[in-house]
Every structure is written in C-alpha cells, then in structure tokens.
Design a protein around this ligand. Structure first.
Ligand SMILES: *Cc1c(COP(=O)(O)O)cnc(C)c1O
Length: 629
C-alpha cells in the first residue's frame, strides 16, 4: 500500500453536466496545473467524451501536452513567456489569448510565417482584457487601438478573432458587476471599430453561478468541475457537486510513533486550526499531532492496530497496515478538502492543486492502458529552442552540493564513521527535496556517504534504482545540511527559484489587484506580472509578506497569490517583459528561502519538495559525477 489519490471521473462528468445545465451556455472546463491536482489528461478526456468542445489551460505547454496525447477539442491558453516561440503552439492548433499589442503582433507574425509554409492555418486569437483585476489582460486605455489592430490583422487573413475574454475578481456583487459593465463597454468599443469577436467569455465558476448576465457565450469552469465550491456562500449547493478527489495513505508504526507518509512537501499545508478527526479503513478515528515535511504524525482516538514497528523491519516482514483517508470525499466522514482549507486558512483550490505528482493517481473508471505513452512534440521546432511556457525554474547548484558532500565525506573519514552512522548521512527523501533524485544520487554515491530516507515510499524510490538506504523517520536535520536545509546550520540553499516578468502595466492610484481586491495602488505605479503561483511554488499564506528580487531590487508581491501568477508592485523601476525575477536565491539582494518559510509557515525543505510540475529543473556547475548508475 502506498499513498494514493483516487480520482472519480464519473464525478467529474457529473459536475460538468450539472454546471452546464445550470448555466445554459457552452462550458470550457479548465485543467491547468495538472487539473487542479486531479490529472489534466484524464479529466480533459472525460469532459471531451461528455461533449465539451473547449478546454482551458494556462500555459501553451500544458495545451500542447494534451494535443500530443490526442485531445481534439479547442484548447485555449493565456499565460505566455516573453520569449515564447509560437511554432508548436500554432502547429498544435491552440487558441491563443493575447493581453497586449506586442503579443498580438508577435502571434500574428508567427501565423504569417506558417502561412508561407505548407501548413497554412489561421490562428484563433482571443483578446484578453483587464476589466479591473489588475493582472494580465490589456488595460482599458489600450482597448481601442488593440481592437483596431486586431481588426486589420483579421481582415488581412492572418488571424481570426475567436474570442474576447476577461476575468472577475470575486470581491463583491458591486465590484463584479462593475467588471461586467466594463466588459460590455469593451464589446461596444470593439463594435465601433468594426471588430466582432466570435465568442465573449468573462465568468469562471463563481461569477457564472452568481450572475447570469456574466455568462455571455461561454463560461470557464475550474474549481466546480472538481466538485468543489468557489465560495463558502452556498451558491454552488444547488448543483449537487461531487468532489472527485480522495487521498489515502497507510498508517505505520515508525520509530515509536504512528506515521502516515505524506506531509507538507507533498502539498498538505501547515495546520493553523482544528481539523476533524481522520478515519481509517476500519472506521477508527485518528487525530493529527503534527504535519512535518514528509509525514503526518497521528494518534489513535479509538483502537490502535497491533503491528510491528516498520522502521527497522526488513521489507518482507512489514505487516499490512491500515489505510487512512487523509482527504475524504464528503459523506465518508473524516476531513474533506474544504475542512483542510479551513484548518490551514486557505482555499480548497490550493489544497488539491498542491498535491504533488509524486503521489500515485488512480482513476475510476480505470484509464485505458495507452495513457502511459508519451508522444514526442513539437513536430516542427527544435525542442531545445521551443519556449511554450513562462520560465519557472528551480536552479540547482551541483557544484556547491558536490563540494559540501566532499567536505562531509572527509569529516566522516576522519572519525571513521560507519555506513549506517546518521551523523554523516545524506537525506534524499521527497525526490531529494525537489533537487531530483536521479541527478543528485550519483554525486552522493561518489562520496560513499550513507543515504537516508524518512518514508517507506522514499525507500522504494531508492530500491528502484538499486540503491540501499536507511529508513529513519526522524533523520536529524544535519542529514539535510548539504542542501542548505538544516536550520541548525543555515547555509545557502542549493536550490534557488527564478521566473521572468511577462507583462508590465502602468496604473493609476485606486487600481486594485487580484481576487478580493485586497490591494489598492496608493499612487500611480507600474505593475508587473510574474507567472508563478501556488500551483508552482508560492504558498497563498505569503500574501502580504512576499517580496522577490528584480534587477537587484526587492519588490513586493501585491494582491492575493493566485494559482498561476502573482502581481509585483514595481514602483518607478524601469522594467520590461522578459526580465529575470529571482523568487528566492543566494546572490546579492536575493530573498532567502528561509524568508519564504517564515512568511508562510512552510518548512524550507517542504517549499523545495513541493515545487509543482510546471517548474523546470536547471542544473548548474559540474554536470556529471564519476559515478554512473
Ligand atoms: C483558473 C482560471 C479559471 C477557472 O477559475 P475557477 O474559479 O476555478 O472556475 C478561469 N479563467 C481563468 C483566466 C483562470 O485563470
């Protein structure tokens, strides 16, 4: 038994149909960020089979992956790198939302290039507008020129204006309806310049349910596709939504405690309040004592199973443990995603979306077996050159890691440490805390240092590579010092995180930013769009504290942290799209990983271990060790 996420695809289909019936217009299911943790492809296939004509994702790379797997619906994408190369996006026949004149011009030019080739195609473009949210989307002052430009390009046959879209803040009925009015105004301006977008779409789940006038031709269905409500106000109750996800994991006796092998690094946020008792498959209740980076430590409220301590037992003799439902579906008892959200002071979106791809997913009904196959893509571009997603990079300094490993090995040799001495061991749990087990293992093996892991699952990952490790649930923090993850020995972290600025806009005093309009510009300023959110790395709990570094200056993250993006207040610094943004790092004026930890309550090792699947690993320094696996 291993930690497993069960996804009920029949529930997904039910939610799609119930929502479609309720809104009475076409629905675009949104499967960005691995389908909010449920798996993008199985969800997309399910809704396509149920009749969905559209699928929405944030990055083009997410859309291309779906296309490469054979999905043949329209696919809309709206978050692009400043250096996006468009060939494979166009070859994949994705619908592209543009937020600026520049993006429109670049997409049109890329479309033109293709038309000269043998694959002549018209590119379907959606114009994305900022109607108040202050995130991406063109600001109102630019609408008229942008529309006129789009009209000319459409008449020239380069592009087809398939849609016009915006996104609602969910602040209050007044604010939301003001956005609807702005969107109507945009439609009028478009008509005045002779631009007639085929489809208008404004509302996501929340606004679509609340305001019939916000539905237009199409609504974008994210959270309630997965059976969860966007708000706690009960608006979604009439739909009879069925939450699709459940997380279960075995309870083991480990080194004298009851442990479940999922923790913060797997996406469970630190507790800030009461969670209902969890229930095991014998119907017994358990209380969570502690959420650590790799475990939940729990205590039985009822009868405890009579099992041997698994920490020191050889593999074959580990007794079959009980299975604990960590995230339950409603009606099963235990703690639901909504209960987790309440107890961790976040929203249900973050709870499911952060669940790491390292946890096994099981689908009902089961997936056809070809789903494991991956199709090579893109067919035209050199994949080494193709940029189909904003930069979100975990940069891992192998040189620094190797130096620290060698130093530790010298110390171990000096004292004559043996192969199981934890004081000189290196912990590689949770994919080596996000560093990538496959990349760092050879370096560790070079040194001959003992290798330790904290969960049985991690031990399995080692065994799959033919490597022997010690299972020590309470491995001392010193076993993580080589990564700079030992609070007692706070060295610079070997993993830093960077991204890029993908949009800039000048705004006036009074401009609000992001969901709930929690931030307002006090004076004219420049806002920057950073394409990294809680699906990727940044806990929502960093709201109000977070800063990042750009051009050597620290700037605040303003407004709520969203799933895919955040907004920066750049003040009067001169900035441009494509500029590098250091989220955390160790150079000059970089914000430290430990600061992100203190703002959010997430342990530094959890922040590294819980990086999302859209974050790319980049290795610097020595590329190879002497050791080959
Ligand atoms: C994520 C997202 C959605 C879906 O929002 P829900 O609240 O989950 O329905 C819709 N539109 C855009 C632009 C998004 O980024």
């Amino acid at each position: 038994m291993i930690p497993t996420i069960d996804v009920d695809l029949e529930a997904i289909e039910h939610n799609y149909r119930a929502f479609s019936d309720a809104v009475g217009v076409a629905v675009m299911p949104i499967v960005k960020a691995s389908g909010y943790g449920h798996g993008a492809l199985p969800v997309a296939r399910t809704v396509a089979a149920a009749g969905a004509k559209w699928i929405g994702v944030a990055d083009a790379s997410e859309g291309i992956a779906l296309r490469a797997a054979g999905l043949d619906t329209r696919i809309l994408t709206w978050l692009h790198s400043a250096g996006e190369t468009w060939e494979s996006v166009i070859a994949g026949q994705l619908d592209i939302a543009v937020s600026s004149m520049e993006q429109l011009a670049v997409v049109a030019a890329a479309a033109e290039d293709r038309r000269r080739g043998s694959h002549a195609a018209t590119v379907d473009v959606h114009i994305k507008l900022d109607t108040g949210l202050g995130r991406n989307g063109a600001p109102i002052e630019e609408w008229r020129t942008l529309f006129a430009h789009a009209r000319d390009l459409e008449r020239g046959g380069r592009i087809h204006i398939a849609g016009m879209m915006s996104h609602i803040s969910g602040t209050s009925a007044d604010d939301d309806l003001a956005q609807v009015a702005q969107f109507d105004r945009a439609r009028e301006i478009a008509a005045e310049v002779g631009l007639h977008p085929q489809l208008l779409h404004l509302a996501a789940t929340g606004a679509a349910l609340k305001y019939p006038q916000a539905r237009y031709d199409l609504v974008r269905l994210g959270i309630s596709l997965y059976g969860l409500a966007p708000d706690t106000d009960g608006t979604a109750d009439a739909l009879g939504l069925r939450p699709a996800l459940r997380l279960r994991a075995p309870i083991r006796r480990l080194a004298g405690r009851w442990a479940v092998g999922v923790g913060q690094g797997d996406g469970l946020p630190p507790l800030r309040g009461e969670l209902p008792p969890l229930i095991d498959d014998s119907g017994e209740q358990w209380r969570i004592d502690e959420v650590t980076p790799v475990h939940l430590f729990v205590s039985p409220l009822g009868e405890a199973p009579d099992v041997e301590d698994a920490a020191f037992a050889p593999d074959a003799s580990v007794p079959s443990p009980r299975q604990l439902t960590v995230i339950a579906r409603p009606g099963e008892g235990g703690a639901t995603a909504d209960d987790w959200a309440a107890a961790t002071q976040t929203i249900n979106y973050e709870v499911t979306t952060r669940l790491t791809g390292r946890i096994a997913r099981e689908y009902t009904p089961a997936l056809p077996s070809d789903d494991a196959r991956r199709v090579a893509w893109p067919p035209i571009e050199d994949p080494g050159r193709a940029v189909t997603a904003p930069q979100r990079q975990a940069v891992i300094d192998l040189e620094l890691l190797a130096r620290r490993l060698q130093r530790l090995a010298r110390r171990a040799a000096t004292v004559g440490a043996n192969r199981r001495d934890l004081a000189y061991a290196v912990d590689v749990s949770s994919d080596a805390y996000g560093h990538g087990l496959a990349e760092v293992l050879p370096f560790i093996r070079d040194t001959g240092l003992p290798i330790v892991v904290r969960t049985r699952n991690d031990l399995e990952a080692l065994r799959l590579r033919g490597v022997d490790g010690v299972l020590a649930p309470d491995a001392p923090t010193s076993t993580r010092a080589v990564y700079g993850l030992d609070p007692a020995d706070p060295l610079p972290s070997t993993l830093s995180l960077r991204s890029e600025l993908i949009g800039i806009k000048r705004v006036q005093a009074g401009q609000h930013v992001s969901y709930g309009y929690q931030w307002e510009a006090k004076e004219p300023t420049t806002l920057g769009l950073l394409p990294i959110g809680y699906a990727d790395a940044l806990p929502r709990a960093a709201f109000g504290h977070a800063r990042v570094t750009i051009g050597g200056w620290q700037v605040p993250v303003v407004g709520r942290i969203a799933m895919d993006q955040v907004v920066l207040d750049l003040g009067d610094f001169e900035c441009w799209p494509g500029m590098r943004v250091q989220v955390w790092g160790n150079e000059g004026n970089d914000v430290k990983l430990s600061e992100w930890a203190s703002w959010t309550g997430w342990a530094p090792e959890s922040l590294c271990a819980n990086l999302g699947e859209r974050v790319e690993r980049i290795y610097t320094g020595r590329k190879t060790s002497g050791f080959r696996l």
